[in-house]
Design a protein around this ligand. Structure first.
Ligand SMILES: *[C@@H]1O[C@H](CO)[C@@H](O)[C@H](O)[C@H]1NC(C)=O
Ligand SMILES: *[C@@H]1O[C@H](CO)[C@@H](O)[C@H](O)[C@H]1NC(C)=O
Ligand SMILES: *[C@@H]1O[C@H](CO)[C@@H](O)[C@H](O)[C@H]1NC(C)=O
Ligand SMILES: *[C@@H]1O[C@H](CO)[C@@H](O)[C@H](O)[C@H]1NC(C)=O
Length: 530
């Protein structure tokens, strides 16, 4: 009995202030963010009822980020420079624009280096299976200085005070009903605890992929309804990174009152489409027409029988408003620093987007940006070029050989060729695990050097052949197959195989790479469209 009373008192002492604190915390944000919502998109924050969020004066702020390069930092192996400190005095006069539906954020000195971001709307597409893995880092980096942005997902959520919309709540019932693609969508809503615990026995990756294609057309449509006044609507995935200075510079020569649909082309049976992960951008005029001529229900149906939402979006833009997409590759880019193939195709161009980055990589590239900003004498560093990524991410790690490593991963097929012994009947070449590259086999009748004949035999044979084949800058030997590429890239670690023959062995023609780089000389910076 007594014990019970003590318990009760303890609970009261702990709980009442906690509840009060939570209440105060919640009232700080506006209702749209934190209500458990009827997940309908028309439920937009009612701006009239909102007080502007508290502005925090930067001149009193003690939190100027020290964009330090810690000793064990993974972005910079060699340099142990003193940490650059951002000069905050330039920020004080700057009004940091805030949108009243976002949580209040302090005036942030790191934003002083960015161009005006008030004319672009960032639209992030994600899924509930990954939101907490990806968004918190994005909120600390990519969206940090944005006055406004929208996040669309397959479940209604509030993440650190930011509202995430369920863009599929409006998908027509006819399409959702009896459609296995929506099983995850239904299960996510039934989950009583965190999503990771609820979904851990299912193939969430595959299911999230199947659900994703229903989002693209709808989220563009609803974004314009919600935010009709921006010049540019930048659509990305939650694992895309944007280098803002180059993005804004890239858009400058174009008129948002004309129809534009920029992206990075990916081939398909329906023609080249704008790859979603690389990011695609619609102008004000294109968005307006797209929304005015909207046929979202038609595309809800169409999504069932197509692989991907970005492909469908390109088709929808073409069908609804007769607008063809424009390729701004490689400034709009679907690769990331560790796997981007450097070489003739990608070197001097400015880089505006990167893709497939995990949180660690996002944090790393953001920190590298801060270092460049702080280092620039007039506060404005030269445009970030693809070759700068080489110097930051690859050059400090460039060696002759790495064991249990795949430097071909994600290379472009047209830049890769293979040497195998087709007569080796012990191999099922038709079902070889690296099948896609076999199409680009170099045939004995085309060999120019005797070393090529033996290239498939071992890592050392492969290396000798690479040394004499002019356009070989890197190679990889594994399982009686020697692959070469005229690009150079770092690549990925691979699992160490028991059987020596099956181990992935990567090599680089370091001297040839260094000579190729020296031959390029200074870059003449040119933005696409400029
Ligand atoms: C810092 O804050 C105090 C009150 O919190 C205020 O009186 C003062 O003016 C601020 N300093 C500057 C430089 O704005
Ligand atoms: C910081 O920025 C201000 C304003 O741009 C400039 O006048 C000042 O010289 C800078 N200080 C340093 C230490 O770079
Ligand atoms: C789409 O809507 C706009 C109005 O915003 C109109 O001017 C245009 O002609 C419509 N049709 C097409 C095919 O773009
Ligand atoms: C900083 O500036 C110096 C001198 O211009 C340059 O050599 C160095 O590469 C720069 N570092 C970074 C990270 O941009």
């Amino acid at each position: 009995m007594l014990l019970r009373q003590v318990h009760f008192t303890a609970i009261a002492v702990v709980c009442i202030p906690t509840i009060f604190a939570v209440f105060v915390f919640l009232s700080y944000f506006h209702d749209g963010t934190l209500n458990v919502l009827p997940s309908h998109l028309s439920l937009r924050p009612n701006h009239n009822n909102l007080k502007p969020p508290a502005q925090i004066d930067a001149s009193n702020s003690t939190s100027a980020p020290q964009v330090a390069e810690s000793g064990n930092s993974h972005t910079n192996i060699e340099n142990e420079e003193a940490p650059p400190v951002i000069n905050t005095s330039a920020v004080d006069q700057k009004v940091f624009p805030q949108n009243d539906w976002l949580p209040a954020r302090p005036i942030d000195p790191s934003c002083a280096y960015l161009p005006d971001l008030s004319k672009v709307l960032l639209i992030i597409k994600t899924g509930a299976s990954e939101t907490f893995d990806r968004l918190p880092t994005q909120f600390m980096t990519l969206t940090r200085c944005l006055p406004d942005f929208l996040v669309f997902s397959d479940m209604e959520e509030s993440i650190m005070g930011y509202r995430v919309y369920d863009v599929l709540s409006d998908t027509i019932d006819e399409v959702k009903h009896d459609n296995g693609d929506f099983n995850l969508w239904r299960r996510q809503q039934e989950c009583l605890v965190d999503q990771k615990s609820c979904q851990k026995w299912s193939n969430v990756g595959g299911e999230a992929w199947n659900l994703d294609k229903y989002k693209n057309v709808r989220l563009s449509d609803v974004s314009y309804t919600m935010r009709p006044n921006y010049d540019w609507y930048i659509h990305i995935d939650a694992d895309t990174y944007i280098h803002w200075p180059n993005m804004i510079e890239m858009l400058k020569p174009f008129d948002p009152q004309k129809d534009h649909f920029f992206g990075s082309f990916e081939p398909s049976q329906y023609g080249d489409f704008n790859h979603g992960g690389s990011g695609y951008i619609l102008s004000q005029s294109a968005m307006k027409k797209f929304q005015a001529n909207s046929t979202v229900e038609h595309f809800d149906h169409a999504a069932r029988s197509i692989c991907c939402g970005d492909m469908l979006m390109t088709i929808a833009v073409r069908e609804n408003i007769g607008l063809a997409n424009t390729n701004l590759f490689p400034t709009i880019n679907g690769r990331k620093p560790f796997t981007l193939p450097f070489g003739p195709r990608q070197w001097c161009q400015p880089i505006a987007t990167l893709h497939k980055l995990n949180s660690e990589e996002i944090a790393s590239i953001w920190q590298y940006e801060q270092k460049r900003f702080a280092n620039a004498t007039d506060g404005k560093p030269a445009p970030l070029l693809i070759k700068d990524l080489y110097y930051e991410y690859f050059a400090p790690r460039l060696v002759e050989k790495l064991e249990d490593w795949d430097n071909m991963y994600d290379d472009y097929l047209t830049n890769v060729w293979y040497y195998i012994d087709k007569n080796d009947k012990s191999k099922d070449w038709d079902n070889f695990h690296d099948q896609k590259y076999i199409w680009h086999m170099r045939k004995p009748e085309d060999f120019k050097h005797k070393e090529e004949k033996k290239a498939y035999k071992s890592f050392d044979n492969c290396k000798e052949a690479c040394n004499v084949v002019d356009d070989c800058l890197q190679f990889r030997w594994q399982d009686d197959a020697c692959a070469m590429s005229k690009n150079f890239r770092l690549g990925n670690p691979m699992e160490k195989k028991e059987n020596n023959k099956e181990r992935w062995m990567s090599g680089w023609a370091v001297q040839k790479i260094e000579k190729w780089i020296a031959d390029q000389g200074e870059c003449k910076v040119q933005f696409p469209g400029a």
